[in-house]
Design a protein around this ligand. Structure first.
Ligand code: URA
Length: 439
């Protein structure tokens, strides 16, 4: 007879539990037969004592199997997916997903909303009038057949055990456990049932993990679980830098504008394109769509250059309820803020640090993100033209532009931005963009 007390006791001593016990516990989390106290104790034991590699795999499997496993019968091509551990100004998915579709992949991406100082891909897409991101699994399949890609919200049927455990972790100081983070991320990603996966593990002050060694540990645990015999999902992780925003913009409509500029060849937004093509190269080489990652990188860049990625983005937006010609009309369709205010350098020097976390919080204060789950979002506000680390500036030169609803909001944001973007008199070390690759 399996019971919660016995599972928790063994986890407390750092011992292994069985696959059946973890399955029992995950089922209890989703049907409510395991109490909040037991869930909290379970999370704390794992947080303090860790899990063995086989128990990590078993917990991920049990949490994935607590809900629906999506099926892609009738989709003729590899089903692939990408996950990011989240960052500031991270619009990678919005460029990468249509580019992968243009390369022949099918990408049913389940994304989230803004969390803390980081933005959410769903909130960005919903800046487009008419776009609906909450769809049924049948509708998701239709969008996928139409456009080759879809970016939608999770239904309550995807990994419900994780939904419950995540809420408990949030209030029991047990979020920062590599084992729990990995099982949480992968139970949802693997419920989508992809043939291959690429993980963008962000590291730096704007990210969930702050040091390279923590990021390597998380990337290793994640790739070990996904590639295990239990899941057989070909998975690679890149550790990418989040010591400054990836794109020079923050805010839902502003980030979409940047994405459209990249997709329509209007900017060669270096950092964003480099991370997009590196992740895409890894993913394509994990399927039969590219011979190796170098060919994969070239293919992704080519679909952006020749406009095929933009076409897929347009098809996806239309299939999700948006305008039919968004790729041509985006500049008129996307909302604009009433006030635009320049933030200027107080002295000459080099941009030496950009605190993405503080900039992200400034965007929330401007109304561009949520303080509580029920807040509504103003898609038009944010910060643009953020200079990158290493840029030389003269006194009085703009270092960022604020987009606000009211002058007063802009003045408040200006104080935060001047504190978040620091200048030095000598050239700083420029952070590398891709720190490591874990296969
Ligand atoms: N993202 C998730 O989905 N789960 C975690 O635990 C952390 C980040």
């Amino acid at each position: 007879m399996i019971d919660a007390r016995s599972i928790i006791s063994r986890l407390k001593r750092g011992e292994e539990v069985t696959k059946e016990e973890l399955h029992w516990f995950a089922t209890g989390l989703s049907d409510g037969s395991v109490s909040d106290a037991q869930a909290g104790a379970f999370a704390m034991c794992i947080c303090l004592r860790g899990l063995s590699s086989s128990n990590r795999i078993a917990l991920t499997l049990a949490m994935r199997n607590s809900g629906q496993l999506l099926s892609w019968k009738g989709i003729e091509g590899p089903v692939i997916d990408k996950h990011s551990t989240g960052g500031v100004g991270d619009c990678v998915s919005l460029v990468l997903i249509p580019a992968l579709a243009a390369c022949g992949g099918y990408i049913p991406k389940i994304s989230g909303r803004g969390l803390g100082h980081t933005g959410g891909t769903l909130d960005k897409l919903e800046a487009i009038p008419g776009v609906k991101t909450q769809v049924s699994s049948d509708q998701l399949k239709c969008i996928l057949k139409e456009a080759g890609c879809a970016i939608v919200g999770a239904t309550s049927r995807i990994a419900p055990a994780d939904k419950r455990l995540y809420a408990v972790r949030d209030v029991t100081a047990t979020v920062d456990s590599v084992d729990l983070i990995a099982a949480s991320i992968l139970s949802k990603k693997l419920a989508v049932n992809p043939d291959a996966l690429v993980l963008d593990v962000k590291v730096g002050r704007g990210a969930l993990v702050k040091t390279i060694s923590e990021a390597q540990m998380l990337a290793t645990v994640l790739t070990d679980i996904a590639n295990s015999n239990e899941f057989k999902c070909k998975t690679t992780a890149l550790i990418t830098d989040m010591n400054q925003p990836l794109a020079p913009v923050l805010g839902n409509a502003l980030e979409l504008r940047e994405v459209m500029r990249v997709l329509t060849g209007d900017t060669n937004s270096g950092a964003l394109l480099e991370v997009v093509s590196a992740l895409g190269g890894e993913l394509l080489s994990n399927t039969n769509l590219a011979e190796d990652r170098h060919q994969g990188v070239d293919k992704v860049k080519q679909t952006i250059r020749d406009g095929r990625a933009a076409e897929h983005f347009n098809k996806m937006i239309y299939a999700m309820g948006g305008p039919a010609t968004f790729c041509h009309d985006w500049d008129q369709v996307l909302p604009c803020a009433k006030v635009i205010h320049e933030v200027v350098a107080s002295s000459e020097g080099y941009i030496c640090s950009v605190n993405g976390e503080r900039l992200g919080l400034a965007v929330i204060d401007l109304g561009g993100g949520r303080k509580v789950e029920t807040d509504s979002i103003n898609a038009s506000v944010g910060i643009s033209a953020i200079l990158r680390i290493g840029t030389k500036v003269d006194k009085g030169q703009p270092i960022a532009l604020i987009h606000a609803q009211k002058k007063e909001d802009a003045f408040n944001a200006e104080r935060v931005i001047l504190d978040a973007i620091k200048l030095s008199s000598t050239p700083p070390i420029i952070p590398v963009l891709i720190h490591d690759r874990v296969h």
